[in-house]
Design a protein around this ligand. Sequence first.
Ligand code: HSE
Length: 306
Amino acid sequence: MEKINIFCPATIANVSCGFDVLGLCLEQVGDIMTISKSSEPGIRIKRISGQDLPLQPDRNVAGIAAMALLECTGSEQGFEIEIEKRIKPGSGIGSSAASAAGAVFGINSLLGSPFSTSELIPFAMKGEELASGVPHADNVAPALLGGFSLVRSYDPLDVITLPVPDDLYVTVIHPQIELKTADSRAVLKKTVPLSHAIRQWGNLAGLVSGLYENDYDRIAASLQDVIIEPLRGPLIPGFSELKQIASEGGALGSGISGSGPSVFALSRGKKTAQAVAELMNVFYRKLDVAFEIHVSAISAKGTHII
Ligand code: HSE
């Protein structure tokens, strides 16, 4: 293979109760990346369409992740990257993760897959570090692996792929304001009251158990965030109304997608997810903020060649 096209999926990190440790991969939303072998060694980003992002590899999340991978292989092979950026940076649906995951997945494939897909996670995390100052894995892991990823431990890195109940669908509304992950992390407190931690880890364990047992009631009961959401919610126009609407529309639960401003809802069945989307649409049209809404299944595939 000399050249490949890759689908780089959007992701929803945290999923309410799993700050920095849980994320899921969307099926229908993502970027397209083309990676070609080049006779010149090193990484070059030839073109980015759709967004105004730096082409210098050391200032671009795809470039940084690709360079980290290439350096580790010791390969002299050069690569050119073209990105059709459909996920807006600062959207909260894993824009930087999609680029970082796509770059490392594509280059690894063109090198004959010296690394397994899981082994690519630390390289993709370098992109997240450039984007937000923190090498969190809750977007890049599901972007690469698909489904739900649980980061059980960062040191050493241990990522577990969780089962996805067949009928689980996502509605995500993206208010077109930029909220940088670094800014959205700056509002968080460094300490957590024990009573909040108890509720949060109970919910996270409950959600994981609900996924394993296809128990939609338990999933619904567990989609609560008592630690992060109260601090970040006020940064998102209409956040509490969106939650109320999701609940009235029959969603299992809702919350901030990653660091926001996108808001997600999980529903049982595509019809309910679409009904929630329609209600969100009606409400958000009343606000003076442009927005996009997506309804998506959860991808079992993650980043893949197209
Ligand atoms: N876990 C990260 C955060 C995800 O919430 O800051 C960023 O998309």
